[in-house]
Design a protein around this ligand. Sequence first.
Ligand SMILES: Nc1ncnc2c1ncn2[C@@H]1O[C@H](COP(=O)(O)OP(=O)(O)OP(=O)(O)O)[C@@H](O)[C@H]1O
Ligand SMILES: [Mg+2]
Length: 255
Amino acid sequence: MTTMIQVENATKSFTLSYQRSLKQTVLAKARGRKTHDTFNAVDDVSFTVSAGESVGLMGLNGSGKSTLLKLISGVMRPDSGSVMTRGRIAGLIATGTGFDNNLSGRENLYLNAAILGMSRAETDRKFDEIVDFADLGKFLDTDVAYYSSGMKARLGFSVAVNVDADIFIADEALAVGDRPFKRKCKKRMDEIVKSGVTMFYVSHAPGAVRNLCDRVLVMESGRLAFDGDVEEGIHFLHYDEGDDSGEDDGLGADV
Ligand SMILES: Nc1ncnc2c1ncn2[C@@H]1O[C@H](COP(=O)(O)OP(=O)(O)OP(=O)(O)O)[C@@H](O)[C@H]1O
Ligand SMILES: [Mg+2]
């Protein structure tokens, strides 16, 4: 099997500053107090993903999922260890990233496509499909500054799902979409998985992960705490307890 994502002992640390001003920092230093701390948001994480796998990345808030996704997408580099990917990566890291509020929806469509590595000609070719999917109608030439968060998400997602990619990553991209749009996205993401694209999907929604993924990774305070079967992973996180019908992000069984 071709390896599409190879993460080896990847560690990413951040610095937490205790002081808010230079004066406070100087005073703290003079008193021999600590001025900052570093911690590992991603801590010695290793795994590989083969071609065609669909992986759900789960874990509590702040456990390091988005940071890991940024390492995979190349937005950040690990401080130690390595992250290698094969082919073109598309997807959404956060809704609204890569948008320029002073540009129209149309202009942002081209901007986002360029960020994802699409040429002008490729974007021209897919323009109608993207616009159709986003369904922004008469707002296409309005500045994105006046878009609702859901409208921004639709535009970003529509560009992302129309890029021909080898790896598709999504970080809770659908959390703000309305139900009809989520339904459309679910269908599209199913198609992407079926077409053999490698999927790496961050979600808090067990229903969505069950539908879309064939493997689950669970992060716990920066460490990879579980890697394996979907149902076992959801159970590991205790996300199979109680009623989660109200929490699903829309890719779940209720759509
Ligand atoms: N650029 C940054 N600078 C400093 N700390 C950061 C930075 N980005 C993330 N962190 C910290 O790293 C930790 C992991 O954050 P991350 O966003 O990866 O969590 P997450 O698992 O995606 O959480 P959520 O479920 O809330 O999206 C958190 O403690 C966060 O505060
Ligand atoms: Mg996150």
